[in-house]
Design a protein around this ligand. Structure first.
Ligand code: ANZ
Ligand code: ZN
Length: 817
């Protein structure tokens, strides 16, 4: 009977809990190390192999760091508000609160079965009032600072989830959750002003130890673009509008301008006879997603407003069109069209027979194809002819500045974060609307604005809370008159934008967190989770950290210093696991059969951590056999050392070999584990295992005290990967609880110097022999050694040695005739 599995798991989990081994004491010795795994979503399903892959190996890393002397803080909690729980409730009729709390209970049990050293006493559950009270507080702080505001805007609407979505939740025109085609709706919603931080969010990325791909995705999402804003006056009118352009050098080539259909200028500038056709076009455009509208391949559409604008650089009169390839939400929502030098303008001009005027020539004048989108030299541009693109941008902006019709401008793709949701299962937005006072923030002492339990939450496009009279009707905190509560709830990404702060001080009833505590324990030193959060959670959390810093609550700039993404564990068929495909792996069954350690070790050994791959039953079986083998081996080792007298104290060849394997393992397991390379770490442990086994079987006269030392290091090195099993082995060895209070072994560089090295012996460049020689020989001694080898001697018979070349540690070449 193998000495691991669920009974051993339980024994040590209980012992860890009773002894408080994993409790975090901020004053304990050792440098603090905040290790954080993205908390999970307690949706209908239980923990799956993907959760285990996120949490198991990361816990091994945390244990490794603890043994290295760090004071590790590794909390866990639940991202408990959100759509899946609500959708599940709609399907089953079970209230989201009840199903969520039940799921949390199940998941906690599963997480405990993993044997991770989570600081459960710091747990946070975002759907409970003691947490969301402070999410509401955060919202109020942002509101106070002008970082939360309400506006009417075209927003993304998911017709299936029945709610608006943030831009970040729209993936290629589809809802991030349910893949439905996202529509546009004009609504009054709450936004957080993340754009105030666009510049810093971009700049600071380079300083982060994050995967390059994630950094570049975030950079692209923020999308800094340097250009100019140019003002066009409307002919025979007081109206003027700005366009944003990155190619102000092409200003003389503007042959028309285009407004986004949603631009407020459209109605103002459309003449009587064009009204109906423009109205019609606006309606058509509202049904298209931004992605479709921007697609290069799609045929351009548009209508003429009937009005003309004046080009500020040369006074030329150009028609004003409406076209849906211009987005309302970027730049100014108006563009100057230069068909000779822009792909989309070119197609538009061709289709509607608008003039095309070349103003940029390739630098050597040889390329006359249009559109010509590269940089070059100006032509047909009056006083600017002959300037390069770079020079012309400077000169033209300078000239426009004189008349205040143009200026440099930096634009960002990033939009403000829309946080209102027309759904039930979220934190109520702590605001009331008073007939007399308007929008009034709920005072902090009245928080939390509790989410009522009895609610009709079947979605119909209206906020469920708006159907609860008792929730809606309240008194105005300012004037005491009648007021109506905001009935939208907050995007769950608001809840998760600050949870890493609350963990530190999760029981605090007076404050969201204690400033000193948070500033001591944060930033998070290692954050581990899925790459899908690159432009959502990871961006929002950075923004919130910076906003709270500027309010004086935090003294650091970035929440997550170092980030690692785990890969995806696929089904045995190599496809993404899903219930409908029937290829899911239920960890619980495997844990029952093999115990947590085998499961964790398999995940670490079977996959490169950031890559993942297909699950294999054979893989976990063979990991089971490996642990079996270690168990037998360690028992044999104990038999050799317990109550055995030490008759041999010297280090002979076999001891040196094992010692080499031991220090080699220490060196590489340390270096590889540090980098989350668990698979190679475990491979090094397998080599160490083989060496240990070899010594045990082959060496009849053992150096007992040395073997004992090697064994101690062996168990310590294995401990982070197989925590329950090694605790048991540690105890069997007669050692004190716990192996995790031991310090991580250090390697001895001297043990890694081999006394012998293999060299090749060549005669005239041809290899004749390979031999082992002592490493400490001089060149002359090596020559002697080589020439006197039996077969070399024979080969050299009758020849004259002309010279002997020695390449230390590698070869000896004898030149002879
Ligand atoms: C004139 C021009 C001439 C342009 C030329 C490009 C090439 P990035 O780099 O992404 O910032 N643009 C501006 N606002 C837009 C909007 N709301 N919807 C669609 N397109 C818009 O792109 C900036 C360029 O995208 C701008 O420079 C503008 O076209 C277009 F030879 O202005 B350009
Ligand atoms: Zn009032």
């Amino acid at each position: 009977m193998a000495n691991y599995g669920t009974s051993i798991d339980k024994k040590w989990q209980n012992k860890w809990e009773e002894s408080g081994l994993h409790n975090f004491d901020e004053n304990a010795k050792g440098e603090k190390l905040y290790v954080l795994e993205m908390f999970s979503y307690p949706s209908g399903a239980k923990l799956h192999a993907g959760h285990w892959f996120n949490y198991g190996p990361t816990d091994s890393w945390a244990r490794f760091k603890k043994m290295q002397g760090y004071n590790v803080f590794q909390p866990m909690g639940f991202d408990a508000f959100g759509l899946p729980a609500e959708n599940y409730a709609i399907k089953t009729g079970i209230h989201p609160h009840d199903s969520t709390m039940q799921n949390i209970e199940n998941m906690e049990e599963q997480l405990k079965a993993m044997g991770a050293m989570f600081n459960w006493d710091h747990e946070v559950i975002t759907c409970l009032p003691d947490y969301y009270k402070w999410t509401q507080w955060l919202f109020l702080k942002l509101y106070e600072k002008g970082l939360a505001y309400r506006k009417n805007a075209p927003v993304n609407w998911c017709p299936s989830c029945n709610t608006v979505l943030a831009n970040e939740q729209v993936i290629e025109g589809q809802c991030e959750r349910c893949d439905s085609e996202v529509e546009k709706k004009q609504l009054t919603q709450w936004f957080l002003k993340i754009t105030d931080y666009a510049e810093e969010l971009l700049e600071k990325i380079d300083e982060l130890d994050w995967p390059e791909k994630t950094k570049s995705m975030q950079k692209h999402w923020i999308g800094r673009s340097k250009g100019a804003e140019v003002t066009f006056k409307v002919e025979n009118s007081d109206i003027s509008f700005d366009v944003f352009t990155t190619r102000v050098d092409t200003l003389n080539g503007v042959t028309y301008v285009v407004l986004a259909p949603e631009s407020p200028f459209v109605d103002e500038l459309t003449t009587e006879e064009n009204k109906s056709i423009v109205e019609n076009y606006k309606l058509q455009a509202s049904k298209q997603s931004d992605i479709e509208r921007q697609s290069i391949s799609r045929e351009k559409t548009g209508v003429f407003t009937g009005s003309y604008a004046l080009n500020p650089i040369n006074g030329k009169r150009v028609p004003i069109w409406v076209g849906d390839y211009v987005l309302a939400t970027y730049g100014t929502g108006c563009v100057m069209a230069v068909p000779a030098h822009d792909e989309r303008d070119f197609e538009f001009a061709k289709k509607f027979n608008l003039p095309i005027q070349r103003v940029i020539e390739s630098k050597d004048g040889s390329d006359d194809t249009l559109p010509f989108t590269e940089y070059g030299k100006l032509v047909n541009s009056g006083e600017f002819d002959g300037l390069t693109t770079e020079e012309a941008k400077e000169a033209i902006v300078k000239k426009l500045e004189e008349t205040e019709l143009g200026r440099w401008k930096v634009n960002f793709r990033l939009r403000d974060w829309l946080v209102s949701r027309q759904r039930y299962w979220g934190a109520p937005i702590p605001v009331v609307y008073c007939e007399k006072c308007g929008t009034v923030a709920v005072p902090e002492e009245q928080l939390p604005v509790e989410l009522p339990y009895d609610i009709e939450f079947t979605p119909d496009g209206k906020s469920p809370l708006s159907k609860s009279e008792s929730f809606l009707n309240t008194t105005c905190p300012k004037c005491g008159g009648h007021a109506t509560r905001e009935s939208d709830t907050l995007d769950t990404f608001v809840c998760s934008s600050w949870y890493y702060l609350r963990y530190v001080d999760s029981k605090n009833e007076e404050k969201a967190f204690d400033v000193d505590k948070v500033n001591t324990i944060l930033p998070v030193d290692k954050y581990v989770g899925g790459p899908e959060h690159a432009c959502m959670h990871l961006l929002y959390a950075r923004f919130i950290t910076k906003a709270l810093r500027d309010m004086g609550y935090l003294n650091f700039d970035e929440p997550f210093t170092s980030l690692t993404h785990q890969g995806l564990i696929l089904g045995p068929d190599g496809l993404k696991m899903s219930k409908s495909k029937g290829n899911t792996i239920a960890p619980d069954d495997y844990i029952k059969e093999y115990g947590a350690d085998v499961f964790r070790m398999y995940l670490m050994f079977g996959f490169a951590y950031s890559e993942g791959g297909a699950w294999s039953d054979d893989g976990i079986k063979s990991m089971g056999r490996f642990i079996d083998r270690i168990e037998r081996l360690l028992e044999e080792c104990r038999n050799e050392i317990v109550n055995k007298e030490n008759t041999k104290t010297t280090m002979e060849k076999s001891e040196k070999e094992l010692n080499y394997a031991r220090h080699y393992a220490i060196q590489h397991v340390s270096a590889d584990t540090e980098k989350f390379q668990f698979n190679t770490s475990i491979a090094r442990m397998m080599e160490f295992t083989n060496s240990l086994s070899k010594y045990l079987n082959d060496e009849k006269n053992k150096n007992v005290s040395f073997l004992k030392e090697a064994l101690v290091d062996y168990i310590k090195l294995l401990a982070p990967f197989a925590p329950h099993f090694t605790e048991e082995q540690w105890e069997l060895l007669g050692k004190d609880f716990s192996v995790f209070n031991e310090s991580w072994p250090k390697f001895d560089p001297k043990a890694l110097i081999k006394d012998e090295v293999e060299i090749a012996i060549q005669i005239c460049g041809k290899i004749k022999a390979r031999i082992n020689i002592p490493t400490n020989l001089s060149d002359d001694e090596i020559k002697e050694f080589a020439i006197n080898q039996e077969n070399i001697k024979a080969a050299l018979e009758g020849k004259n040695i002309i010279k002997v070349i020695v390449v230390k540690g590698r070869l000896v070449n004898i030149v002879a005739k």
